[in-house]
Design a protein around this ligand. Structure first.
Ligand code: PEP
Length: 249
């Protein structure tokens, strides 16, 4: 049985004052053993948020990392540094990083491998644009992005990875994929993992859906057979995040 996961992605939002207030508001409301809850916050808030969440079920994650351990990479933060801070999860290859920071499939793979080396769970994002979907290329794009992202991984590695299917047209737009559209692609991802690594890996790897998840649509999406939870942007900044996590109540 795969445990569900709901990961919030704050992106570059919330001042430290508002972040502190919000975290204090939601921390006791989120109380479940059925779902792994991760809040991926800006680097500068790690210590403060970790302290507030230390006795709760919510873990603090990162939104990005560099693939080198250390060196002359101004402005970057390594997986080794994240691990040393007690971080356990890191989003890799979010479409905003691919688009605005020109992150390539090769870099996504290097980062994911380095995250694993540091005992971090990489939440690897893949997804098609609206144009690619409309021209019938969704499956090919997903197959290619996934193959690159998990290159050089072993059958065991892949069970420690989380894949987030995030159609770019659904991110921050309010246009959620239907549960059938999301399930179809998540099933394809699991099948590809099965073909490469076998049943044990494909049964255990967690695959999330992300793209305008809200308290209204979470249940329908997260109860599809191949969807193991969600990566949640906008709704992770609101008190209703509680209801996304507790989608089954
Ligand atoms: C995201 O940031 O990964 C995301 C899915 O955002 P939103 O939920 O706002 O669409």
């Amino acid at each position: 049985m795969r445990k569900k996961m709901v990961a919030g992605n704050w992106k570059m939002n919330l001042s430290s004052t508002i972040a502190e207030k919000f975290t204090r508001e939601i921390k006791d409301k989120i109380d479940t053993d059925a779902v792994d809850v991760v809040m991926c916050v800006p680097f500068v808030h790690f210590n403060m948020i970790s302290e507030i969440l230390k006795d709760t079920k919510i873990k603090v994650g990162a939104q990005n990392m560099h693939y080198a351990d250390e060196g002359a990479y101004t402005g970057e933060i390594s997986g080794r540094m994240l691990a040393a801070m007690g971080v356990k999860h890191v989003i890799i290859g979010h479409s905003e990083r691919r688009e605005y920071f020109r992150e390539t499939d090769t870099e996504v793979n290097l980062k994911a491998l380095k995250a694993l080396q540091n005992n971090l769970t990489p939440i690897i994002c893949i997804g098609e644009t609206s144009k690619q979907r409309k021209s019938g290329r969704t499956f090919n794009i997903i197959r290619k992005q996934l193959a690159f992202a998990i290159d050089e991984m072993s059958a065991e590695d892949i069970t420690k990875v989380v894949i987030a299917y995030e159609p770019i047209w659904a991110i921050g737009t309010g246009e959620t994929a239907t549960s059938e559209q999301a399930e179809e692609v998540c099933a394809l991802i699991r099948k590809q993992i099965n073909t490469r690594f076998g049943n044990w890996s494909s049964d255990n790897v967690r695959i999330l859906y992300g793209g305008s998840v809200t308290e209204e649509n979470a249940k329908e999406l997260f109860t599809m057979p191949n969807i193991d939870g969600g990566l949640v942007g906008g709704a992770s900044l609101k008190p209703s995040f509680e209801n996304v996590v507790h989608y089954d109540r």
